[in-house]
Write a protein that binds this ligand. Structure first.
Ligand SMILES: [Mg+2]
Length: 278
């Protein structure tokens, strides 16, 4: 059975153009309720009843993270795709989804993660006093798992549909990467995300990472009108990060374009046959 959830607030988005939030509901949450005076406590049920009577709906913490007020309107207004996304050598998302269920996929994934961890261990051993070590990690299909979106794709991938999915901020973590990054951060590595997602997705991407309990130190994204190939854009950002004084010990991603162009001691390629990014 699902645990009982306490809403953050009640709101009605159909009555007015600006959402109406009945904040008294927040006061039902444990600590706030205790500190409330008697008089206000007695009128709370009435206020809540009124809120429901005018059609307000409860908003829970996890939904509030992607409250419409936070979402960027361009999900519907069509900022063009920032990169060329296609399917490699005869593969499509269906084949990619099937591949992701195979032992081969898991083996490749685990091998890359184990190797990344080993590089970190060796670096620490050789540089026990290092204070500027960093991991660069891609997001999509590296940490964030978009398979729930691809499972619903009827025909071909379109950037507009993918954008709508991203704006839901609901991509789960790929557990092996999440665990590796958490471990590395505990060892003193800065965790810096470098994604081809454009800046107009920053708020929802951050919301997704917070929801997934991912701790990190930086998030570099592509400019909204940046049309450079991912390999070029990402290598230039890594160069910039190294010029800030970081030593990139491991760069991890699911595309060759995540790793091309240097500015990292080690590169780890995760498997992905869902799509190919130039
Ligand atoms: Mg990726």
């Amino acid at each position: 059975m699902e645990p009982l959830r306490s809403p953050l607030w009640l709101e009605n988005t159909s009555l007015f153009t600006v959402p109406v939030r009945i904040t008294v509901v927040v006061l039902y949450r444990e600590k706030a309720l205790k500190s409330l005076n008697k008089k206000l406590k007695s009128v709370l049920p009435v206020l809540v009843a009124v809120a429901f009577a005018i059609g307000c709906k409860p908003v829970f913490a996890e939904d509030a993270l992607v409250h419409p007020a936070l979402s960027h309107p361009t999900a519907a207004s069509g900022v063009p795709a920032p990169v060329k996304v296609s399917s490699p050598g005869g593969f499509g998302h269906k084949e990619g989804l099937e591949f992701a269920k195979t032992p081969e996929y898991k083996k490749e994934f685990d091998k890359a993660i184990d190797s990344a961890k080993l590089h970190c261990v060796e670096f620490i051993k050789a540089n026990p006093n290092s204070l500027n070590k960093a991991i660069i990690s891609d997001l999509d299909e590296t940490l964030l798992d978009n398979r729930p979106y691809f499972q619903d794709v009827k025909k071909d991938f379109t950037w507009a549909d993918f954008e709508k999915w991203v704006f839901k901020a609901k991509a789960p973590n790929l557990p092996a990467t999440a665990e590796f990054l958490k471990w590395a951060r505990d060892q003193g590595f800065a965790i810096i995300f470098l994604t081809g997602r454009p800046e107009n997705m920053r708020v929802v991407t951050t919301a997704n990472l917070i929801k997934n309990k991912v701790a990190y130190d930086g998030l570099f994204m592509r400019g909204d009108n940046d049309k450079r190939p991912a390999s070029k854009f990402k290598a230039e950002v890594r160069k910039k990060i190294e010029s800030m004084g970081f030593k990139i010990v491991v760069n991890i991603g699911d595309q060759d374009s995540d790793l091309a162009g240097g500015f990292a001691i080690n590169g780890e390629k995760l498997p992905n046959k869902l799509y190919f990014v130039q």
